[in-house]
Design a protein around this ligand. Sequence first.
Ligand code: AMP
Length: 390
Amino acid sequence: MKTVKEMKLNSKKVLIRCDFNVPMKDNKILDDTRILESLETIQYVLDQNAKVILLSHLGRVKSEEDLKTNSLKEVAKRLGELLQKEVIFIPKTRGEELEDAINNLKEKEILLVENTRFEDLEGKLESNNDLELGKYWASLGDVFINDAFGTIHRCHASNVGIASNLPHAIGFLVEKELKALEELKRPKKPFIVILGGSKVNDKVGIIKELVKKANHILIGGGMAFTFLLSEGFEVGNSLVDSENIDFCREILEKYPTKILLPIDVLTSKEFIESNHYKVKEINQIEDGEMGLDIGPKTVELYKSYLKDAKIVLWNGPLGVYEFEHYKKSTNEILNYLVDSNIKTILGGGDIVAAASNAKLKEKVYHASTGGGATLEFLEGKKLPGLEAMK
Ligand code: AMP
């Protein structure tokens, strides 16, 4: 697999697939981490006197309404500010306007194409890797650089499709992500995994895989309650993934000492920002209550398992970290890992956002930009976007 540094880019039209899938609200970017992460490759390619054409998706596009809320226009603006350079934005994914703009592009100029998933509106052309679409986008450039780690597990026209039709290489971000994740293939021991977030369903594959490699898996977040329910605990109105209760029971039976569950929780009757919560032992959750964060005793218990860890992988927050009162455990354990200098890899959007909010993201060993991609890589699955780069 080639890296961007091995490619001749001088005067070439270089297509770069970035991951600008940033959280947006009312047409405002809430967090520009993903744009920041892509700067290194973009700047490098510009410095090689190339003509730069950027492609990315933003959210999902299923209706005409999504076309209004998922434009990359704001991203072009922010990127221009960060690069201190004009970023030409073309509100089209194909056609004359786009082709003319690309043909008029000069060396060291940069252009952003509209959200690639606008091509999903009729026939899911982008997400189903329509061969003609991949060929068409490839025809717009001379070289393809894939730097979108967040979609590397997808077989889309804007990654696999273009790569199949042009000389290609990975960018610095993909290279950095792969290097950090490689360390988890044969991890130093003790290797501790922290898993939180909402659904068990998304994590079944990774639990099955990591339970073999990790010394312990510490469970928190909404997913803990499906495990607790499978053990016979009352969980009130807490989040439960009813299709995976049997999976939880079976894996706990198979690995009784490896998988750890919360021993106390913060509960509330309402899913709102409020300080009317109670700290409850795990066998005291009442009808109508829901667990929204792990409790202080669990935090101490989990710290005792993390104390000697050589490497930690963390996916998913331990509580509803979007609320001030339910982010405590996540922040406390993040602080503990940073202060103890424990090599920590954060994988997945929410835990990285939690670390970013707590100003700890720069202090951990690696914060991965790809949630699904990271999980699938660690499950040992082949990632189509990466395979196409080989
Ligand atoms: P995931 O996408 O599965 O990693 O889930 C992330 C989401 O899990 C975040 O939005 C959290 O608010 C949510 N979450 C964490 N803990 C809980 C909990 N105890 N109950 C409900 N949702 C939770």
